[in-house]
Design a protein around this ligand. Structure first.
Ligand code: NCD
Length: 335
C-alpha cells in the first residue's frame, strides 16, 4: 500500500488502484467542507508554500483554496522573474530555503523533471503541479475522479470504457499523466487524435499497450467522437520554439453542439483540463456547449478542490482527524 504521509507526489506512477481508491474515498469526505456546509480547522497552523514558476490560474488557486478549506495558511510565489531562480539560484537551494518556511509545497515549473529535482532539496513533501510537458499528477487524479463519477451516472465503469484524447498530445502533460494512470485499469480503448506532429509520445503509448489496452491513432475527430469520454486539450503554445508554429495547429480540432449532435453518443462526456482556447482562430470547445448536460469541465474544476484537499490531508497524515476539527459555517454561502 502506498504510504502518503510525509511523501512527495511527483508522478502518477506512484499510484496503484488501491492508492487511487484511498485518494478518492478521502476526496468524497471533503464534500461538506468544499460546499461550505461545515468547516474544518484540521490544518490550523500549517503552511502551504504554493510555488508557481509558470502560468496558472486553476491549479494554483485550487491548491491554495484546498489548503485554506482544511484550515491552513498559504504563502505563494508566482513567476520566475520575481524569484531568486532568476538570480541563478539552483532548484536544490530554493527548495531547501522554501521548505524551511512551509509544511508542504505545491510547485509548478516549465522544465520536465524540475519538480523531482526540487524535491531533493526539500525537507517537506512536494506536490507536482505540472513540470513542463512531463506530468501533472493532481490533474490526472481529478480527471480520473471525474470520469468515474460521470460514467457511474451512466451505469458505466472505467474498465471497458472508450476514451478519445484530442489535440496536442505531444506537449500536453495532462494527457500523459491521465493515460499512465488509466493503464492501471482494464480493457480501455484509447483513441488518440492529434496532428501527426503532435502525437502522443511513444513512451506513453507503450505503457498503455503493454498494460493490454487498445490504441487507435487518428487525425479525425469527427470519426472518433462517439467515445464514452471525449477529452479535448489546448495547443500548448508555450512549449513551441516559436509561436508561428503553434498557429499551424490552432483550430484543427473543434467541438461544438452541432458536431456533438451529429457525431457523439447522446451521453458522451465532454472534458477539458482548461483553459479552453476561446479565441476565434482556435475555439476548440465552443461555448454553445455550455448548456449541454454532458459538458463536465466545470465539474472537473470542483472535483479538483476535493482531490487536492484529499492529497493534503493524506500527505500531512490528518485524513482521519478532519471531522474531529469540524465547526459551523458562520457566513452566508451560496454553495
Ligand atoms: C493544464 C496544464 O497546465 O497543463 N491546465 C491545468 O492545469 N488545468 C492544461 C493547459 O494549460 O492546457
Amino acid at each position: 500500500m502506498t504510504e502518503f504521509t510525509g511523501n512527495h507526489i511527483l508522478s502518477v506512477n506512484q499510484f496503484d488502484r488501491e492508492a487511487i481508491g484511498k485518494i478518492f474515498e478521502t476526496a468524497n469526505t471533503m464534500q461538506p467542507y468544499a460546499q461550505r456546509k461545515k468547516q474544518t480547522r484540521v490544518l490550523d497552523g500549517a503552511i502551504l508554500g504554493n510555488m508557481f514558476f509558470e502560468a496558472s490560474t486553476r491549479t494554483r488557486v485550487s491548491f491554495g483554496s484546498a489548503f485554506n478549506l482544511l484550515g491552513g495558511s498559504v504563502r505563494e510565489t508566482t513567476g520566475m522573474s520575481s524569484s531568486a531562480l532568476a538570480k541563478g539560484e539552483s532548484l536544490f537551494d530554493t527548495a531547501r530555503v522554501l521548505s524551511s518556511y512551509a509544511d508542504v509545497i505545491a510547485m509548478r515549473h516549465p522544465q520536465s523533471g524540475s519538480v523531482a529535482e526540487f524535491s531533493q532539496g526539500s525537507m517537506v513533501p512536494v506536490i507536482n503541479g505540472g513540470d513542463g510537458s512531463n506530468e501533472h499528477p493532481t490533474q490526472a487524479l481529478l480527471d480520473l475522479y471525474t470520469i468515474e463519477k460521470e460514467l457511474s451516472s451512466n451505469l458505466q465503469t472505467i474498465d471497458n470504457m472508450h476514451i478519445a484524447m484530442v489535440g496536442d498530445l505531444k506537449y500536453g502533460r495532462t494527457v500523459h499523466s491521465l493515460s499512465k494512470l488509466l493503464a492501471a485499469y482494464k480493457n480501455i480503448t484509447f483513441s488518440l487524435i492529434s496532428p501527426k506532429e503532435l502525437a502522443m509520445p511513444d513512451e506513453v503509448i507503450s505503457i498503455i499497450e503493454n498494460a493490454g489496452h487498445k490504441v487507435i491513432i487518428s487525425q479525425d475527430l469527427e470519426g472518433n467522437a462517439d467515445a464514452d469520454i471525449l477529452y479535448l486539450t489546448r495547443i500548448q503554445e508555450e512549449r513551441f520554439e516559436n509561436a508561428q508554429e503553434a498557429n499551424k495547429y490552432r483550430g484543427q480540432f473543434r467541438l461544438n453542439q452541432q458536431i456533438y449532435t451529429k457525431h457523439c453518443k447522446s451521453n458522451t462526456v465532454i472534458m477539458h483540463p482548461l483553459p479552453r482556447d476561446s479565441r476565434m482562430e482556435a475555439n476548440e470547445l465552443d461555448t454553445d456547449l455550455n448548456l449541454n448536460p454532458n459538458l463536465a469541465i466545470f465539474r472537473q474544476v470542483e472535483n479538483g478542490v476535493l482531490i487536492r484537499m484529499a492529497l493534503f490531508a493524506l500527505t500531512l497524515g490528518v485524513e482521519d482527524k478532519v471531522k474531529q476539527h469540524e465547526c459551523e459555517v458562520t457566513w452566508f454561502s451560496r454553495k
